[in-house]
Ligand binder design. Structure first.
Ligand code: SDX
Length: 434
Protein backbone atom coordinates (compact mmCIF):
# COMPACT_ATOMS: atom_id res chain seq x y z
CA UNK A 1 0.00 0.00 0.00
CA UNK A 2 1.15 3.57 -0.76
CA UNK A 3 1.86 6.47 1.58
CA UNK A 4 -0.59 7.08 4.44
CA UNK A 5 -1.73 10.47 3.13
CA UNK A 6 -4.19 12.27 0.85
CA UNK A 7 -2.97 14.47 -2.00
CA UNK A 8 -5.57 17.19 -2.43
CA UNK A 9 -5.79 19.67 -5.27
CA UNK A 10 -7.99 22.69 -4.63
CA UNK A 11 -9.45 23.34 -8.08
CA UNK A 12 -10.38 26.87 -7.01
CA UNK A 13 -6.70 27.81 -6.74
CA UNK A 14 -4.81 24.92 -8.34
CA UNK A 15 -2.87 24.55 -5.08
CA UNK A 16 -1.88 21.04 -3.93
CA UNK A 17 -1.93 19.81 -0.33
CA UNK A 18 -0.71 16.69 1.45
CA UNK A 19 -2.88 15.55 4.36
CA UNK A 20 -1.66 12.68 6.56
CA UNK A 21 -3.95 9.69 7.25
CA UNK A 22 -3.77 8.20 10.77
CA UNK A 23 -5.93 5.31 12.07
CA UNK A 24 -7.98 5.53 8.87
CA UNK A 25 -8.84 9.19 9.30
CA UNK A 26 -7.61 12.68 8.49
CA UNK A 27 -7.60 15.47 11.08
CA UNK A 28 -10.39 17.96 10.43
CA UNK A 29 -8.05 20.78 11.38
CA UNK A 30 -5.72 19.82 8.52
CA UNK A 31 -8.43 21.00 6.11
CA UNK A 32 -8.19 24.54 7.46
CA UNK A 33 -4.92 25.11 5.57
CA UNK A 34 -6.88 24.80 2.30
CA UNK A 35 -7.72 28.44 1.58
CA UNK A 36 -8.56 30.63 -1.42
CA UNK A 37 -6.90 33.68 0.14
CA UNK A 38 -4.84 34.58 3.19
CA UNK A 39 -7.91 35.94 5.03
CA UNK A 40 -9.99 32.87 4.17
CA UNK A 41 -11.03 30.90 7.31
CA UNK A 42 -10.10 27.68 5.54
CA UNK A 43 -12.01 24.55 4.59
CA UNK A 44 -14.34 22.77 7.04
CA UNK A 45 -16.10 19.41 6.71
CA UNK A 46 -19.91 19.43 6.90
CA UNK A 47 -21.26 16.30 8.64
CA UNK A 48 -24.80 16.64 10.09
CA UNK A 49 -25.41 14.10 12.91
CA UNK A 50 -21.70 13.21 12.70
CA UNK A 51 -22.45 10.39 10.22
CA UNK A 52 -18.76 10.16 9.31
CA UNK A 53 -16.92 12.06 12.04
CA UNK A 54 -14.74 10.58 14.79
CA UNK A 55 -15.04 12.83 17.84
CA UNK A 56 -12.38 11.08 19.90
CA UNK A 57 -9.81 8.31 20.07
CA UNK A 58 -10.99 5.58 22.42
CA UNK A 59 -9.79 2.21 23.75
CA UNK A 60 -13.02 1.19 25.45
CA UNK A 61 -15.48 -0.42 22.99
CA UNK A 62 -15.00 -1.79 19.49
CA UNK A 63 -17.91 -2.33 17.10
CA UNK A 64 -17.69 -3.78 13.59
CA UNK A 65 -21.11 -2.83 12.18
CA UNK A 66 -20.80 -4.92 9.02
CA UNK A 67 -19.79 -8.08 10.88
CA UNK A 68 -22.04 -7.51 13.92
CA UNK A 69 -19.09 -7.53 16.33
CA UNK A 70 -19.04 -5.90 19.81
CA UNK A 71 -16.01 -6.03 22.14
CA UNK A 72 -15.49 -4.33 25.52
CA UNK A 73 -11.74 -3.69 25.99
CA UNK A 74 -11.10 -6.48 23.45
CA UNK A 75 -13.35 -9.10 25.09
CA UNK A 76 -16.27 -10.38 22.91
CA UNK A 77 -19.71 -9.52 24.27
CA UNK A 78 -20.72 -13.18 23.81
CA UNK A 79 -18.05 -14.38 26.29
CA UNK A 80 -18.70 -11.58 28.78
CA UNK A 81 -22.47 -12.17 28.80
CA UNK A 82 -21.88 -15.92 29.33
CA UNK A 83 -19.12 -15.80 31.96
CA UNK A 84 -19.00 -12.37 33.64
CA UNK A 85 -21.15 -10.22 35.95
CA UNK A 86 -22.25 -6.65 35.45
CA UNK A 87 -19.99 -5.25 38.18
CA UNK A 88 -17.00 -7.11 36.73
CA UNK A 89 -17.78 -5.66 33.27
CA UNK A 90 -18.20 -2.16 34.77
CA UNK A 91 -14.73 -2.55 36.34
CA UNK A 92 -13.34 -3.72 32.97
CA UNK A 93 -14.81 -0.73 31.12
CA UNK A 94 -13.47 1.74 33.69
CA UNK A 95 -10.04 0.22 34.38
CA UNK A 96 -9.27 -1.46 31.05
CA UNK A 97 -8.52 -4.91 32.53
CA UNK A 98 -10.56 -7.68 34.15
CA UNK A 99 -10.19 -7.42 37.96
CA UNK A 100 -8.38 -9.97 40.14
CA UNK A 101 -10.52 -11.65 42.79
CA UNK A 102 -9.36 -9.12 45.41
CA UNK A 103 -9.94 -6.15 43.08
CA UNK A 104 -13.45 -7.37 42.25
CA UNK A 105 -14.26 -7.97 45.91
CA UNK A 106 -13.06 -4.47 46.84
CA UNK A 107 -14.94 -2.92 43.90
CA UNK A 108 -18.19 -4.75 44.78
CA UNK A 109 -17.81 -3.74 48.45
CA UNK A 110 -17.42 -0.06 47.49
CA UNK A 111 -20.46 -0.14 45.17
CA UNK A 112 -22.55 -2.00 47.77
CA UNK A 113 -21.73 0.57 50.43
CA UNK A 114 -22.70 3.59 48.33
CA UNK A 115 -26.19 2.54 47.27
CA UNK A 116 -28.08 4.86 49.65
CA UNK A 117 -29.23 8.32 48.51
CA UNK A 118 -29.76 11.40 50.71
CA UNK A 119 -33.16 11.31 52.39
CA UNK A 120 -33.95 14.77 50.97
CA UNK A 121 -34.00 13.19 47.51
CA UNK A 122 -37.12 11.31 48.61
CA UNK A 123 -38.87 14.67 49.07
CA UNK A 124 -37.67 15.56 45.56
CA UNK A 125 -39.10 12.33 44.15
CA UNK A 126 -42.36 12.79 46.08
CA UNK A 127 -42.87 16.11 44.27
CA UNK A 128 -43.67 14.37 40.99
CA UNK A 129 -47.18 13.40 39.93
CA UNK A 130 -47.97 9.68 40.40
CA UNK A 131 -47.94 9.20 36.61
CA UNK A 132 -44.65 11.02 35.97
CA UNK A 133 -42.55 9.08 33.44
CA UNK A 134 -39.72 7.37 35.35
CA UNK A 135 -37.12 8.57 32.82
CA UNK A 136 -38.14 12.17 33.46
CA UNK A 137 -37.77 11.48 37.18
CA UNK A 138 -34.41 9.75 36.64
CA UNK A 139 -32.95 12.63 34.58
CA UNK A 140 -33.90 14.98 37.40
CA UNK A 141 -32.82 12.60 40.16
CA UNK A 142 -29.33 12.12 38.73
CA UNK A 143 -28.84 15.87 38.31
CA UNK A 144 -30.22 16.36 41.83
CA UNK A 145 -27.29 14.29 43.19
CA UNK A 146 -24.90 17.03 42.04
CA UNK A 147 -25.56 19.60 44.83
CA UNK A 148 -25.14 16.85 47.46
CA UNK A 149 -21.54 16.25 46.34
CA UNK A 150 -19.99 19.68 45.63
CA UNK A 151 -16.49 18.17 45.77
CA UNK A 152 -17.36 16.40 42.48
CA UNK A 153 -16.55 19.64 40.64
CA UNK A 154 -12.88 18.76 41.18
CA UNK A 155 -12.76 16.39 38.20
CA UNK A 156 -8.99 16.57 37.93
CA UNK A 157 -8.37 14.79 41.25
CA UNK A 158 -8.26 11.02 40.54
CA UNK A 159 -9.52 9.97 43.98
CA UNK A 160 -12.45 12.40 43.87
CA UNK A 161 -13.28 11.22 40.35
CA UNK A 162 -13.24 7.56 41.38
CA UNK A 163 -15.54 8.26 44.37
CA UNK A 164 -18.14 9.96 42.15
CA UNK A 165 -17.94 7.07 39.66
CA UNK A 166 -18.61 4.58 42.48
CA UNK A 167 -21.47 6.73 43.81
CA UNK A 168 -23.18 7.02 40.42
CA UNK A 169 -22.95 3.30 39.57
CA UNK A 170 -24.13 2.44 43.08
CA UNK A 171 -27.00 4.93 43.30
CA UNK A 172 -28.49 4.57 39.83
CA UNK A 173 -30.49 1.40 40.73
CA UNK A 174 -31.68 3.06 43.95
CA UNK A 175 -32.91 6.16 42.09
CA UNK A 176 -34.48 3.94 39.42
CA UNK A 177 -36.27 1.78 41.97
CA UNK A 178 -37.50 4.89 43.80
CA UNK A 179 -39.08 6.20 40.58
CA UNK A 180 -40.88 2.86 40.19
CA UNK A 181 -42.11 2.71 43.80
CA UNK A 182 -43.27 6.35 43.53
CA UNK A 183 -45.36 5.49 40.47
CA UNK A 184 -47.09 2.73 42.49
CA UNK A 185 -47.59 4.90 45.57
CA UNK A 186 -45.52 2.36 47.53
CA UNK A 187 -42.97 3.17 50.24
CA UNK A 188 -39.37 3.10 49.07
CA UNK A 189 -37.55 -0.20 49.69
CA UNK A 190 -34.00 0.37 50.88
CA UNK A 191 -30.84 -1.39 49.62
CA UNK A 192 -29.94 -4.80 51.06
CA UNK A 193 -26.17 -5.21 51.28
CA UNK A 194 -26.44 -9.00 51.37
CA UNK A 195 -27.70 -9.12 47.78
CA UNK A 196 -25.90 -8.84 44.41
CA UNK A 197 -26.11 -5.65 42.35
CA UNK A 198 -29.03 -6.98 40.28
CA UNK A 199 -30.57 -8.90 43.20
CA UNK A 200 -30.60 -5.71 45.29
CA UNK A 201 -32.21 -3.81 42.41
CA UNK A 202 -35.01 -6.42 42.29
CA UNK A 203 -35.28 -6.10 46.10
CA UNK A 204 -35.72 -2.30 45.93
CA UNK A 205 -38.35 -2.74 43.22
CA UNK A 206 -40.44 -5.57 44.59
CA UNK A 207 -39.82 -6.06 48.36
CA UNK A 208 -43.06 -5.83 50.35
CA UNK A 209 -43.53 -7.14 53.88
CA UNK A 210 -41.04 -10.05 53.91
CA UNK A 211 -38.10 -9.73 56.31
CA UNK A 212 -35.60 -10.15 53.46
CA UNK A 213 -36.42 -10.16 49.76
CA UNK A 214 -35.26 -13.30 47.91
CA UNK A 215 -34.66 -12.51 44.20
CA UNK A 216 -35.52 -15.21 41.66
CA UNK A 217 -32.05 -16.48 40.55
CA UNK A 218 -33.18 -16.82 36.92
CA UNK A 219 -34.37 -13.20 36.80
CA UNK A 220 -31.28 -12.03 38.72
CA UNK A 221 -29.04 -13.75 36.14
CA UNK A 222 -31.15 -12.45 33.23
CA UNK A 223 -30.68 -8.89 34.52
CA UNK A 224 -26.91 -9.49 34.83
CA UNK A 225 -26.80 -10.46 31.13
CA UNK A 226 -29.08 -7.61 30.05
CA UNK A 227 -27.01 -5.12 32.07
CA UNK A 228 -23.76 -6.44 30.54
CA UNK A 229 -25.21 -6.11 27.02
CA UNK A 230 -26.28 -2.51 27.66
CA UNK A 231 -23.11 -1.34 29.46
CA UNK A 232 -21.40 0.54 26.64
CA UNK A 233 -21.64 1.10 22.92
CA UNK A 234 -18.88 3.52 21.88
CA UNK A 235 -20.00 6.97 20.65
CA UNK A 236 -23.80 6.57 20.62
CA UNK A 237 -26.09 9.57 21.05
CA UNK A 238 -26.19 9.51 24.87
CA UNK A 239 -22.44 8.91 25.22
CA UNK A 240 -21.83 11.82 22.87
CA UNK A 241 -24.05 13.91 25.18
CA UNK A 242 -22.07 12.84 28.25
CA UNK A 243 -18.75 13.63 26.56
CA UNK A 244 -19.95 16.94 25.17
CA UNK A 245 -21.53 18.19 28.40
CA UNK A 246 -18.63 16.74 30.40
CA UNK A 247 -16.15 18.65 28.23
CA UNK A 248 -17.26 21.87 29.94
CA UNK A 249 -15.76 20.31 33.12
CA UNK A 250 -19.13 20.18 34.86
CA UNK A 251 -19.39 17.45 37.54
CA UNK A 252 -20.13 13.86 36.36
CA UNK A 253 -23.65 13.88 37.86
CA UNK A 254 -24.71 16.64 35.43
CA UNK A 255 -22.84 15.00 32.54
CA UNK A 256 -24.55 11.64 33.20
CA UNK A 257 -27.92 13.40 33.59
CA UNK A 258 -27.39 14.69 30.02
CA UNK A 259 -26.81 11.08 28.94
CA UNK A 260 -30.03 9.94 30.62
CA UNK A 261 -31.88 12.75 28.84
CA UNK A 262 -30.53 11.70 25.43
CA UNK A 263 -31.27 8.02 26.14
CA UNK A 264 -34.91 8.97 26.90
CA UNK A 265 -35.46 9.71 23.19
CA UNK A 266 -37.61 7.19 21.23
CA UNK A 267 -34.90 6.80 18.59
CA UNK A 268 -32.35 5.77 21.23
CA UNK A 269 -33.01 4.18 24.63
CA UNK A 270 -36.73 4.82 24.38
CA UNK A 271 -36.96 2.40 21.45
CA UNK A 272 -37.71 -0.72 23.49
CA UNK A 273 -40.73 1.08 24.96
CA UNK A 274 -41.79 1.98 21.40
CA UNK A 275 -41.33 -1.64 20.23
CA UNK A 276 -43.92 -2.84 22.77
CA UNK A 277 -46.34 -0.05 21.78
CA UNK A 278 -45.77 -0.94 18.11
CA UNK A 279 -46.49 -4.66 18.67
CA UNK A 280 -49.56 -3.86 20.78
CA UNK A 281 -50.82 -1.46 18.07
CA UNK A 282 -50.35 -4.09 15.32
CA UNK A 283 -52.50 -6.36 17.46
CA UNK A 284 -52.14 -9.72 15.69
CA UNK A 285 -49.90 -11.61 13.25
CA UNK A 286 -52.37 -11.25 10.38
CA UNK A 287 -52.09 -7.44 10.63
CA UNK A 288 -48.27 -7.51 10.17
CA UNK A 289 -48.28 -7.25 6.34
CA UNK A 290 -50.40 -4.07 6.52
CA UNK A 291 -48.02 -2.56 9.10
CA UNK A 292 -44.96 -3.44 7.01
CA UNK A 293 -46.66 -1.74 4.03
CA UNK A 294 -47.08 1.43 6.12
CA UNK A 295 -43.39 1.30 7.11
CA UNK A 296 -42.34 0.97 3.48
CA UNK A 297 -44.56 3.96 2.63
CA UNK A 298 -42.70 5.96 5.27
CA UNK A 299 -45.80 6.23 7.47
CA UNK A 300 -44.27 4.30 10.38
CA UNK A 301 -40.92 3.08 11.63
CA UNK A 302 -40.18 -0.53 12.50
CA UNK A 303 -39.01 0.27 16.03
CA UNK A 304 -36.21 -1.94 17.30
CA UNK A 305 -34.85 -2.26 13.77
CA UNK A 306 -31.96 -0.40 12.18
CA UNK A 307 -28.78 1.05 13.59
CA UNK A 308 -26.32 3.80 12.72
CA UNK A 309 -23.40 1.38 13.03
CA UNK A 310 -24.73 -2.18 12.78
CA UNK A 311 -25.52 -3.02 9.16
CA UNK A 312 -25.89 -6.63 10.30
CA UNK A 313 -27.72 -8.35 13.15
CA UNK A 314 -26.94 -6.54 16.45
CA UNK A 315 -24.99 -9.20 18.42
CA UNK A 316 -26.80 -8.09 21.57
CA UNK A 317 -30.18 -8.81 19.98
CA UNK A 318 -29.05 -12.38 19.21
CA UNK A 319 -28.12 -12.99 22.85
CA UNK A 320 -31.31 -11.40 24.18
CA UNK A 321 -33.45 -13.42 21.77
CA UNK A 322 -31.74 -16.61 22.97
CA UNK A 323 -32.28 -15.83 26.67
CA UNK A 324 -35.98 -15.02 26.22
CA UNK A 325 -36.93 -18.69 26.64
CA UNK A 326 -35.08 -18.95 29.98
CA UNK A 327 -36.97 -15.94 31.36
CA UNK A 328 -40.32 -17.03 29.99
CA UNK A 329 -39.81 -20.42 31.68
CA UNK A 330 -40.05 -18.74 35.12
CA UNK A 331 -42.41 -15.89 34.30
CA UNK A 332 -45.02 -16.42 31.66
CA UNK A 333 -44.49 -16.47 27.92
CA UNK A 334 -45.00 -13.03 26.43
CA UNK A 335 -47.93 -13.28 23.99
CA UNK A 336 -46.24 -10.62 21.85
CA UNK A 337 -43.19 -12.84 21.19
CA UNK A 338 -44.72 -14.85 18.32
CA UNK A 339 -45.70 -11.57 16.66
CA UNK A 340 -42.17 -10.17 17.10
CA UNK A 341 -40.65 -13.34 15.62
CA UNK A 342 -43.05 -13.17 12.63
CA UNK A 343 -42.35 -9.46 12.13
CA UNK A 344 -38.60 -10.18 12.10
CA UNK A 345 -39.07 -13.09 9.69
CA UNK A 346 -41.09 -10.99 7.24
CA UNK A 347 -38.79 -7.95 7.47
CA UNK A 348 -35.61 -9.95 6.90
CA UNK A 349 -37.11 -11.31 3.67
CA UNK A 350 -38.26 -7.91 2.40
CA UNK A 351 -35.93 -5.95 0.14
CA UNK A 352 -36.93 -2.61 1.74
CA UNK A 353 -35.23 -3.69 4.97
CA UNK A 354 -32.51 -5.86 3.44
CA UNK A 355 -31.41 -3.13 0.99
CA UNK A 356 -31.21 -0.65 3.86
CA UNK A 357 -29.42 -3.18 6.04
CA UNK A 358 -32.10 -2.91 8.72
CA UNK A 359 -31.80 -5.72 11.27
CA UNK A 360 -33.11 -6.15 14.82
CA UNK A 361 -31.13 -4.05 17.29
CA UNK A 362 -30.73 -4.40 21.04
CA UNK A 363 -34.18 -2.95 21.64
CA UNK A 364 -36.25 -5.32 19.51
CA UNK A 365 -36.49 -8.18 22.03
CA UNK A 366 -35.38 -6.60 25.31
CA UNK A 367 -38.78 -5.06 25.98
CA UNK A 368 -40.53 -8.43 25.64
CA UNK A 369 -38.31 -9.84 28.38
CA UNK A 370 -38.70 -6.81 30.64
CA UNK A 371 -42.49 -7.01 30.25
CA UNK A 372 -42.48 -10.74 31.10
CA UNK A 373 -40.33 -9.96 34.17
CA UNK A 374 -43.09 -7.65 35.35
CA UNK A 375 -41.67 -4.24 34.44
CA UNK A 376 -44.10 -1.61 33.15
CA UNK A 377 -43.24 -0.32 29.67
CA UNK A 378 -42.26 3.10 31.03
CA UNK A 379 -39.45 1.47 33.05
CA UNK A 380 -37.75 -0.02 29.97
CA UNK A 381 -35.48 2.95 29.17
CA UNK A 382 -34.65 3.19 32.89
CA UNK A 383 -33.39 -0.41 32.66
CA UNK A 384 -31.13 0.80 29.83
CA UNK A 385 -29.84 3.81 31.78
CA UNK A 386 -28.76 1.82 34.85
CA UNK A 387 -26.12 -0.34 33.12
CA UNK A 388 -25.10 2.31 30.59
CA UNK A 389 -23.94 4.46 33.53
CA UNK A 390 -20.67 2.51 33.72
CA UNK A 391 -20.09 3.00 29.98
CA UNK A 392 -20.90 6.70 30.15
CA UNK A 393 -18.49 7.11 33.08
CA UNK A 394 -15.72 5.15 31.34
CA UNK A 395 -16.13 7.43 28.31
CA UNK A 396 -16.32 10.56 30.51
CA UNK A 397 -13.17 9.48 32.37
CA UNK A 398 -11.36 8.85 29.05
CA UNK A 399 -12.43 12.27 27.73
CA UNK A 400 -11.24 14.07 30.89
CA UNK A 401 -7.85 12.29 30.68
CA UNK A 402 -7.39 12.94 26.92
CA UNK A 403 -4.91 15.80 26.46
CA UNK A 404 -6.33 16.41 22.95
CA UNK A 405 -9.88 17.05 24.18
CA UNK A 406 -11.13 20.60 24.79
CA UNK A 407 -14.61 22.01 25.38
CA UNK A 408 -16.81 20.58 22.60
CA UNK A 409 -17.82 23.45 20.31
CA UNK A 410 -18.61 22.51 16.68
CA UNK A 411 -18.56 25.07 13.82
CA UNK A 412 -21.47 25.81 11.46
CA UNK A 413 -22.13 26.79 7.85
CA UNK A 414 -23.93 30.16 8.14
CA UNK A 415 -26.57 30.49 5.40
CA UNK A 416 -28.67 33.17 7.05
CA UNK A 417 -29.32 36.85 6.25
CA UNK A 418 -26.48 39.10 5.18
CA UNK A 419 -25.79 42.28 7.17
CA UNK A 420 -28.89 44.51 7.42
CA UNK A 421 -30.00 47.52 9.50
CA UNK A 422 -32.65 47.51 12.25
CA UNK A 423 -36.14 48.49 10.98
CA UNK A 424 -38.33 50.54 13.33
CA UNK A 425 -41.63 48.75 13.97
CA UNK A 426 -43.65 51.51 12.28
CA UNK A 427 -41.76 50.84 9.05
CA UNK A 428 -42.13 47.11 8.97
CA UNK A 429 -44.13 45.56 6.16
CA UNK A 430 -46.50 42.86 7.47
CA UNK A 431 -46.58 41.23 4.01
CA UNK A 432 -42.92 40.24 4.33
CA UNK A 433 -42.68 36.54 5.24
CA UNK A 434 -41.16 36.16 8.80
C1 SDX B 1 -29.99 2.28 20.28
O1 SDX B 1 -25.89 4.30 18.52
C2 SDX B 1 -26.01 3.31 19.32
O2 SDX B 1 -25.07 2.57 19.56
C3 SDX B 1 -27.37 3.17 19.97
C4 SDX B 1 -27.58 1.92 20.80
C5 SDX B 1 -26.70 1.90 22.01
O3 SDX B 1 -26.43 0.81 22.51
O4 SDX B 1 -26.39 3.00 22.51
O5 SDX B 1 -27.30 0.77 19.99
C6 SDX B 1 -29.02 1.82 21.28
O6 SDX B 1 -30.31 3.45 20.26
C7 SDX B 1 -30.49 1.29 19.26
C8 SDX B 1 -31.41 1.96 18.21
C9 SDX B 1 -32.82 2.00 18.81
N1 SDX B 1 -33.71 2.81 17.91
C10 SDX B 1 -34.68 2.23 17.20
O7 SDX B 1 -34.88 1.01 17.13
C11 SDX B 1 -35.57 3.24 16.46
C12 SDX B 1 -35.81 2.74 15.05
N2 SDX B 1 -34.53 2.87 14.30
C13 SDX B 1 -34.33 4.05 13.50
O8 SDX B 1 -34.91 5.22 14.01
C14 SDX B 1 -32.91 4.16 12.96
O9 SDX B 1 -32.58 2.95 12.44
C15 SDX B 1 -31.80 4.63 13.88
C16 SDX B 1 -32.13 5.90 14.57
C17 SDX B 1 -31.49 3.59 14.90
C18 SDX B 1 -30.56 4.84 13.02
O10 SDX B 1 -30.87 5.87 12.16
P1 SDX B 1 -29.82 6.36 11.05
O11 SDX B 1 -28.52 5.68 11.16
O12 SDX B 1 -29.82 7.85 11.07
O13 SDX B 1 -30.46 5.79 9.76
P2 SDX B 1 -31.47 6.59 8.85
O14 SDX B 1 -32.57 7.14 9.72
O15 SDX B 1 -30.69 7.51 7.99
O16 SDX B 1 -32.11 5.41 7.98
C19 SDX B 1 -31.54 5.00 6.75
C20 SDX B 1 -32.73 4.53 5.93
C21 SDX B 1 -33.82 5.57 5.79
O17 SDX B 1 -34.56 5.22 4.62
P3 SDX B 1 -34.34 6.12 3.23
O18 SDX B 1 -34.35 7.58 3.67
O19 SDX B 1 -32.99 5.69 2.73
O20 SDX B 1 -35.46 5.74 2.34
O21 SDX B 1 -33.37 3.42 6.62
C22 SDX B 1 -34.69 3.80 6.99
C23 SDX B 1 -34.76 5.31 6.93
O22 SDX B 1 -36.07 5.74 6.66
N3 SDX B 1 -34.88 3.32 8.35
C24 SDX B 1 -35.99 2.74 8.77
C25 SDX B 1 -35.72 2.40 10.12
N4 SDX B 1 -34.48 2.78 10.44
C26 SDX B 1 -33.97 3.37 9.34
N5 SDX B 1 -37.16 2.48 8.16
C27 SDX B 1 -38.08 1.85 8.93
N6 SDX B 1 -37.90 1.48 10.22
C28 SDX B 1 -36.74 1.75 10.84
N7 SDX B 1 -36.57 1.39 12.10
Amino acid sequence: MGKESLSITDNRTGKAYEVPIEHGAIRGMDLRKIKVSDDDFGLMSYDPAFMNTASCRSTITFIDGDKGILHYRGYPIEQLSEQSTYLEVAYLLLHGELPTADQLSDWAWKITHHTWIHENLKKFMDGFHHDAHPMGMLVSGVAALSPFYPEAKNGTDAETRQLQIVRLIAKMPTLAAFTYRHSLGMPYAYPDNDLSYTGNFLNMLWKTTEAQYKPDPVLEKALEVLFILHADHEQNCSTNAVRSVGSSQVDPYCAVAAGVAALYGPLHGGANEEVLKMLQAIGSKDKIPEFVKQVKEGKAKLMGFGHRVYKNYDPRAKIIKRMADEVFAVTRPNPLLPMALELERIALQDDYFVSRKLYPNVDFYSGLIYQAMGFPVAMFPVLFAIPRTSGWLAQWQEMRADAEQKIARPRQLYLGSALRDYVPIASRNSEEEP
